[in-house]
Structures are given as structure tokens and as C-alpha cells.
Design a protein around this ligand. Structure first.
Ligand SMILES: Nc1ncnc2c1ncn2[C@@H]1O[C@H](COP(=O)(O)OP(=O)(O)OP(=O)(O)O)[C@@H](O)[C@H]1O
Ligand SMILES: [Mg+2]
Length: 242
């Protein structure tokens, strides 16, 4: 592997068991000869290489496998075959709210995740920084996360992932649910992080944002990587899908 390669995804294949029959009773499970579960290929033979300091955009329709690819890179999902090599650290908050415990309050989630990442020991202001960036009020942070709006969840999740001073920043549609003020603030933060030479994996349905932030991009279609290259070209490929 090249010394400045930070992420290498080689021949990765992921499949999930899916049930399109609905709820199955125990009796059905025992008496039904055919299993209601079918294996579905979600990612097929994916190859991606990201170098240190590069920003990779990941584009594709709903259900094309973008979040699954991020989760696989982060080690949350194990591929059926293929290898993933990561030469850096990242905060494993992926999709909006993934990693957050919905029954716990905002504050409890912050404490839990900071402890998990070992951030608190290194940065005593971490809680204050998260509070400030998220702009969530005391009252909101004392509420269980299950009572949050999707924008509030995005604010909390993104602010916690920023507190972790990791080499790789993973952003999965954070900008989509934030309001205009938060979007602008996130964009500014993303530029700062990019200027610090960190690596960014950026999933978005907005090609203009991908073209602005990313150096290169990939386009997924039904679990296949159909285009890879310069971000501006891949954004045009994405637009031509619709
Ligand atoms: N835990 C799971 N079990 C079974 N199938 C799953 C699971 N998670 C995702 N899938 C399936 O994997 C496919 C890809 O999902 P994924 O969330 O990666 O898509 P996506 O590109 O991120 O979509 P979106 O733009 O809507 O966020 C979908 O068909 C989805 O139904
Ligand atoms: Mg997704």
C-alpha cells in the first residue's frame, strides 16, 4: 500500500439478509419450508483508494449503498469478502444519529461518546465545544434524544464527531437536515478541517456541495461503483442519472 494511502477498499462485497414477507410468527417459521429471508447484494466488488488529505465524495440514489460503504469502512459491518485497510482514526458517527443512544439525553450521549473515544482526557473543553457548535439549548440537551427533531440529531451527532480530533471525518448527509444557518456553519468547519490536511468522506445528495468540498468522488448505483474520478465529472454523472 502506498505510504500516503489512508483508506484502501479492495474487492469488497457486502450482502444482507432481507425479509420482504413482513412479520413472521414462530409457527410460520417452524412450518414454512422456505425461509422468508433472502440474501441481497448491497455492495458488489467495490475498490476505492483515498490518500491522506483527500476528500472523497460518495454519490448515488437512495438505497445505492453509500451509508453501507461508510459503515463497512468504519468496521461496523464486516464485508463477506474483500479487504479494508485504514491507516488513521475516525469518529464512528456515521449516518445521522447512528451511534447515538436514543433513550439517553443529549448530555448523556455526549459523555458516553466522549468516554468511548477517549476525547475527554485530551480535551477538557469538549462538552462546551459540542454545546457551542450544536447551538442546542440546556433544555434540549437534557431531553432524551428520541424527542429530538432530525435537525437537532444532526446537530448533536456532527458536533460530537468534530470533538474527536480524528484523521478522517465521515459526513453522511448532515447538511441535508440542518437549517440554513447550520449548513453554512458546517461548510465553513469542513473547509477548515480540509485545510488542516485531514481526510474527509462526504456523502451527499447535493452535487454542488460535493463539487465544492471534494477532490474526487465515486458514484454508486445498486451497490456497483459505476464511476470514479474527479469530483466535478462525477457530480455531472450523478446529475445525468435523473
Ligand atoms: N441492516 C440492514 N438489513 C438489510 N438490508 C439493509 C440494511 N441496511 C441497509 N440495507 C439495504 O441496503 C441497501 C443500501 O442501503 P444504504 O443505507 O447503504 O443506502 P444509501 O445509499 O445510504 O441510501 P440513502 O441515500 O437513502 O441514505 C438498501 O437496499 C437497504 O434496504
Ligand atoms: Mg444513507
Amino acid at each position: 500500500m502506498n505510504t500516503d494511502t489512508i483508506i484502501k477498499v479492495e474487492n469488497v462485497h457486502v450482502s444482507f439478509w432481507q425479509n420482504n414477507v413482513g412479520v413472521y410468527s414462530i409457527k410460520d417459521l417452524i412450518t414454512h419450508r422456505k425461509s422468508p429471508f433472502k440474501s441481497k447484494t448491497i455492495l458488489n466488488n467495490i475498490n476505492v483508494e483515498v490518500r491522506k488529505g483527500e476528500s472523497l465524495g460518495i454519490l448515488g440514489r437512495n438505497g445505492s449503498g453509500k451509508s453501507t460503504l461508510l459503515r463497512t469502512i468504519a468496521g461496523v459491518i464486516r464485508p463477506d469478502h474483500g479487504t479494508i485497510t485504514v491507516n488513521g482514526s475516525f469518529a464512528p458517527i456515521l449516518a445521522i444519529g447512528a451511534g447515538l443512544e436514543l433513550e439517553l439525553t443529549g448530555y448523556e450521549n455526549i459523555s458516553m461518546l466522549l468516554a468511548l473515544y477517549g476525547t475527554r482526557r485530551k480535551n477538557t473543553n469538549a462538552v462546551e465545544n459540542i454545546k457551542e457548535f450544536s447551538e442546542l439549548s440546556e433544555d434540549v440537551l437534557r431531553m432524551p434524544v428520541k424527542q429530538y427533531s432530525s435537525g437537532m440529531i444532526a446537530r448533536l451527532a456532527f458536533s460530537i464527531s468534530l470533538a474527536n480530533d480524528s484523521d478522517i471525518l465521515i459526513i453522511d448527509e448532515v447538511l441535508a437536515v440542518g437549517d440554513q444557518g447550520f449548513q453554512a456553519k458546517c461548510m465553513e468547519k469542513i473547509y477548515q478541517i480540509k485545510a488542516q490536511g485531514k481526510t474527509i468522506l462526504f456523502v451527499s445528495h447535493f452535487p454542488d456541495d460535493v463539487a465544492r468540498i471534494c477532490d474526487k468522488a465515486i458514484l454508486l448505483e445498486q451497490g456497483e461503483l459505476i464511476h470514479s474520478g474527479n469530483a466535478i465529472d462525477i457530480c455531472n454523472n450523478y446529475r445525468s442519472l435523473f
